[in-house]
Design a protein around this ligand. Structure first.
Ligand code: B4P
Length: 181
């Protein structure tokens, strides 16, 4: 089973992903975590990504698709895609790659959280890219570049919307229902 968790920045994708991979025995692929690991390692890719991430913009599709390809090809088990895809180009790239492996996406879970709650959560988290100006820009980038994926996956009949507020356990119970169906 391959699953995508979709949602605005700070909607809780990373938080729910930890529960999902444990429960459904999936491999967790988080492009945000991969980019932060590159930054930590001081690689050329990391340096370029940091400038973009600190502004709340998206790292280029070419870099992201290049970064995930070998992980997907060599995964050998079901995957949970967290924070990827974030653009239509990335979604089409993922579909093409999975198709070449005779596979495809089974479920897309959209975590739906109110913008003001998102801003509060991220200010409380306080990561490098969690200041108010960057957060507002990330929300705008989400609306412009990532929200079209909702229609993309709804058209494929794969999208389920889950209310993303409440406790982590309550939200996971909703996600579990969707994935078990
Ligand atoms: P990501 O790392 O994907 O992170 P995110 O969207 O900010 O957070 P997420 O939704 O995972 O929220 P979390 O669980 O942490 O992206 C960071 C940046 O990387 C992007 O802005 C972009 O620049 C770049 N990037 C990543 N992938 C890319 C791609 N594919 N293409 C281009 N660029 C890419 O939760 C947030 C906070 O809320 C946490 O503090 C958490 O503890 C709290 N929280 C979670 N659930 C809660 C709940 N139920 N109640 C209260 N608080 C909760």
């Amino acid at each position: 089973m391959h699953v995508i968790i979709l949602g605005a920045p700070g909607a809780g994708k990373g938080t729910q992903s930890e529960e999902i991979v444990k429960h459904f025995d999936l491999k967790h692929l988080s492009t945000g975590d991969m980019l932060r690991a590159e930054i930590e390692a001081g690689s050329e890719l990391g340096l370029a990504a940091k400038t973009v991430m600190d502004k709340g913009e998206l790292v280029s599709d070419k870099i992201i698709l290049g970064m995930v390809e070998s992980q997907i090809r060599n995964s050998g088990k079901g995957m949970l895609f967290d924070g990827f895809p974030r653009t239509t180009v990335q979604a089409e790239g993922l579909d093409k790659l999975l198709k070449s492996l005779d596979s495809g996406i089974d479920h897309v879970v959209l975590l739906d959280v109110d913008n003001e709650e998102i801003v509060e959560r991220m200010l409380a988290r306080g990561r490098d890219d969690d200041n108010e100006e960057t957060i507002r820009n990330r929300l705008e980038v989400f609306n412009n570049q990532t929200a079209p994926l909702v229609e993309y996956y709804r058209d494929q009949d794969k999208l389920s919307t889950v209310v993303g507020s409440g406790s982590v356990e309550e939200i996971f119970a909703r996600v579990q229902k969707v994935l078990a169906s």
